[in-house]
Design a protein around this ligand. Structure first.
Ligand code: UDP
Length: 366
């Protein structure tokens, strides 16, 4: 049997492509090295709770087209992400908003908060922030930076804030209203029934081979299809011949506790450097769960090394330059298209992954 496409990786990017290709009458074979589909949005059911096995995922987008697209495959609940930041014994609301500032400085009005921030950044003379530290300081001032950003960021990225790109911190909203919604997006929620269901629906009627490592069976798999959609690590595809791109990996320490409610919120960030994990996720709260027990995951961030799961590309100048070299090779490939967080070496959110996949489908399938 020959296929039009071999899709490497059964995550969101690959599944959207396979679904669209099938709609156009094309045949796909999806190969996946893990023993399950859905990539890092996979959820495992434990004691009736959807456990986000590879890290918490909250769907959010401002793009109506993408929102309508995912709603074909799942109904979304009304979860709004409002993480709590814990610094020593102090609790703050995120993202940085009037609740945070009021707690930090005992003030009540936006003007008071803006004046304090202005006074803290006046003597820094940052005109154009060159790195994450300068970006953060110039947005929120020294107190918020020291308590809520510096320790967390250095734990998550394993790098000094001066050596990280400023765009990472621009992911977080900053507002002078009392609003703890972590995202500015128009649409947000968690799919009812879990994320895995979405990918199951996308892949309905498509042949999927689990436990199949493409790179170990390259020749025989390549021979099965005309073209290849590759969603693994781009540097690994080329056997790291130009150098190794840096990623962050995450280790999850997951445990079930015999209590109904552990921390009262889905996400609590531990922003001080001394606590070894970055955050604790209490999975049931993403779905307003009423189960008698609860499941929590502590997240420990580490530098990726060969054999680990890659989670976050480290998009600093050095790695972006190396990625561009790999991309130049990729652009010359006649049969292979690269995509997704790993194939494109980009810190993508789920909506951006779907948008990128659909854009590629437009070019490839029409
Ligand atoms: N961040 C922070 N303090 C927090 C939460 C986030 O300084 O309590 C910074 C940190 O640099 C992080 C970035 O904001 O890498 C983006 O956070 P986000 O929650 O978007 O990361 P993700 O959920 O993708 O891991």
């Amino acid at each position: 049997m020959r296929y039009d496409y071999l899709v490497v990786g059964a995550g969101l990017y690959g599944a959207v492509f396979a679904y669209e290709a099938k709609k156009k009458g094309k045949t796909c074979l999806v190969v996946e090295k893990r023993n399950h589909i859905a990539g890092n949005i996979y959820c495992e059911d434990i004691s009736d709770i959807h456990v986000h096995k590879y890290g918490a995922h909250i769907f959010h987008t401002s793009d109506k087209k993408i929102w309508d697209y995912v709603n074909q495959f799942a109904e979304f609940n009304n979860y709004i992400n409002s993480p709590i930041a814990r610094y020593k014994d102090e609790l703050y609301n995120l993202p940085f908003n009037m609740n945070t500032f009021s707690k930090m400085w005992g003030i009540t009005t936006p003007k008071e908060a803006q004046d304090i921030i202005a006074s803290q950044i006046a003597d820094l003379h940052i005109t154009e922030p060159k790195n994450l530290e300068e970006q953060a300081l110039s947005l929120v001032g020294r107190d918020v930076y020291e308590k809520l950003i510096k320790g967390y960021t250095e734990k998550q990225w394993g790098r000094d804030c001066k050596d990280l790109p400023s765009f990472i911190i621009k992911r977080l909203p900053l507002r002078f209203i009392y609003d703890n919604n972590y995202f500015n997006d128009r649409y947000q929620g968690i799919p009812i029934g879990g994320y895995t269901k979405i990918v199951e629906k996308l892949l309905e009627g498509i042949e999927v081979r689990l436990n199949t490592n493409y790179l170990e069976h390259r020749q025989e798999l390549d021979a099965l299809a005309d073209k290849i959609i590759y969603t693994g690590m781009i540097d690994q595809f080329y056997d790291y011949k130009l150098g190794v791109l840096e990623y962050r990996s995450v280790r999850f320490e997951t445990e079930e506790l015999p209590i109904e409610n552990y921390q009262g919120n889905a996400v609590v960030n531990y922003t001080e450097r001394e606590v070894p994990y970055t955050r604790i996720i209490e999975h049931k709260h993403f779905e307003f769960g009423k189960q008698p027990t609860t499941i929590i995951s502590r997240e420990y961030s580490s530098e990726w090394k060969k054999g680990d799961e890659p989670y976050y590309p480290v998009n600093n100048d050095k790695n972006n330059a190396l990625y561009e070299e790999y991309k130049a090779l990729a652009d010359k490939e006649q049969r292979v298209i690269f995509g997704g967080r790993l194939g494109g070496y980009k810190y993508y959110d789920m909506d951006k992954v779907i948008a990128a996949a659909l854009e590629m489908c437009e070019e490839e399938l029409n």
